[in-house]
Design a protein around this ligand. Structure first.
Ligand SMILES: Nc1nc2c(ncn2[C@@H]2O[C@H](COP(=O)(O)OP(=O)(O)OP(=O)(O)O)[C@@H](O)[C@H]2O)c(=O)[nH]1
Ligand SMILES: [Mg+2]
Length: 470
């Protein structure tokens, strides 16, 4: 164990003690992590969830909303002063304003606190009077979880493994040629370090877009405000026997700095403090892209979900000291592309995609559930006449302002008909293509007391926080 591990462990247990002692006096807090790969639907999910918790008319499946236990909900200053605030108002304005559009892409961690005044039900609850429950929502890129595996590796091991993988990929040739020109003895020169880092980052982006999931360091793909800083300016190379003031030594130093200053703080300050987690997955998008994209998604999900099995990593076990996320929801997003007749099939595929990872470790006791949802419903259901046959379609608004009916195709009822061709590396789906359509958010009047339209956001909320609002 490294000293910083011990120090972190100590802080954690001390704060654990204060939590318990203070627990009688302070309001309960639920820290909900919202993650997923880029474009999975995190920003839309959080915006719509918060809007629908503020105005609960469309939340019948959230029991505490339906039975009136939640008396009021309001936004409050968040507890962490150094984390950017989730720009709820801007995102909501974008989605529900007079010319609705999707919110901008986000690239870093952000946080929002929503406080709920809850009157517990039942005789016991009524005696106690209302309580305040704070819901802290933390939005972070799923890609960052992939870095957990780096904590167990030193620079030489990581370089060896990364370079060995690159040898087998023709699109890595440019980096391999560049790194062949430096040796463990080459003297340090910043322009050369930057060139190598730039070429390596280009390779990583290329690998990601070709569907490879082994793309560490994750922050090279989503740098946020660290862009251009030394912790993100290194690349793999043979560093055995490197002397002082060489490129290799400097690369090694920056790799260690990346672990210490980027990866560890993220896990310590954000990940380790979560109580509940929702993992958003654009399953339909991957199916549309074909079997290879689904297989890559499955593997990446397995890697990402590794972070929720703390036994796997010494640093994480030490950090968590037994505390863990106790509920994880896997949500297939953008389900409004499908008529509800097909939602069950989408849920089954979502479930199957993460089943292996779940079965292997059961997430150390965490309760899990799969759901298909649309955080912002852009369509209405429709029936189309197709050569005398009625097919279940949806209708929505295109960016051009035209309304269009849309039939995405038929998902198989048996999820293995998706997973098996994906694993086998098939080129196409045996059951035919699945289409997706870019609908824009609908222009509509939202009645007072209602949030934006959605599909099953209330069910998701019930699973994620419902038990804590009773
Ligand atoms: N039809 C539909 N499309 C959605 C829904 N949620 C998200 N989308 C689409 O997915 C895109 C990405 O959604 P975001 O919420 O920005 O995704 P994100 O995970 O925050 O993306 P990054 O910030 O780029 O990582 C949106 O611009 C929409 O086009 C939904 O409920 N229905
Ligand atoms: Mg976002």
């Amino acid at each position: 164990m490294i000293i910083s591990d011990i120090a972190e462990g100590v802080t954690r247990s001390v704060s654990g003690v204060t939590d318990t002692v203070a627990g009688f006096f302070v309001d309960p807090v639920i820290r909900l992590g919202v993650t997923g790969l880029s474009r999975a639907g995190k920003t839309v999910f959080i915006t719509s969830l918060v809007a629908n918790l503020l105005d609960r008319g469309r939340m019948p499946q959230l029991v505490a909303a339906a039975n009136g236990s939640i008396q009021t909900a309001y936004l409050q200053p968040q507890p962490d002063d150094t984390v950017p605030r989730f720009e709820f108002e801007d995102h909501l304005m974008a989605m529900t304003g007079t010319s609705p559009r999707w919110p901008d892409s986000t690239r870093a961690v952000s946080e929002l606190r929503l406080s709920l005044k809850v009157q517990p039900q039942g005789l016991f609850g009524a005696l106690g009077g209302p309580k305040t429950v704070h819901l802290d929502i933390i939005d972070y890129p799923g890609e960052w979880l992939l870095d957990l595996s780096l904590l167990d590796k030193d620079f030489r091991t990581w370089s060896r493994e990364t370079l060995a993988r690159m040898e087998k990929r023709d699109f890595a040739a440019e980096y391999l040629a560049a790194v062949a020109k430096v040796s463990a003895k080459t003297s340090y020169a910043e322009p050369q370090v930057q060139d190598l880092a730039r070429t390596f980052t280009t390779y990583l982006k290329d690998a990601r877009s070709r569907g490879f999931s082994d793309c560490t360091p994750g922050r090279f793909l989503l740098p946020g405000d660290l862009e251009g800083s030394p912790v993100l300016t290194f690349a793999p190379m043979d560093a055995s026997g490197a002397a002082r003031r060489t490129i290799a030594r400097e690369m090694e130093r920056r790799f260690e700095a990346y672990k210490a200053k980027v990866v560890r703080p993220f896990f310590r300050d954000h990940f380790a403090r979560l109580d509940r987690q929702v993992v958003l997955v654009d399953v339909l998008g991957a199916i549309h892209d074909g079997p290879r994209a689904v297989e890559d998604l499955r593997q990446t999900m397995a890697d990402i979900l590794g972070a929720f099995r703390p036994g796997r990593n010494a640093f994480l076990s030490q950090l968590l000291l037994g505390k863990r996320v106790d509920r994880i929801l896997f949500a297939a997003t953008k389900a409004d592309h499908l008529h509800h007749e097909q939602h069950g099939r989408l849920t089954a595929i979502m479930d199957a995609l993460t089943r292996e990872a779940r079965d292997r470790a059961q997430f150390a006791g965490a309760e899990t559930q799969a759901v298909s949802l649309a955080a912002l419903r852009t369509t209405t259901e429709d029936r189309l006449d197709h050569g005398g046959r009625q097919i279940a379609a949806v209708t929505g608004m295109l960016a051009s302002g035209k309304r269009a009916a849309f039939y995405p195709g038929e998902l198989p009822t048996d999820a293995s008909r998706i997973l098996a061709p994906a694993r086998e590396g098939a080129e196409d789906w045996p059951f035919g293509d699945v289409q997706v359509q870019s609908f824009v958010p609908p222009v509509q009047d939202i009645a007072p007391g209602d949030g934006p339209p959605h599909i099953r956001l209330d069910k998701a909320a019930e699973f994620l926080i419902g038990d804590r609002l009773r």
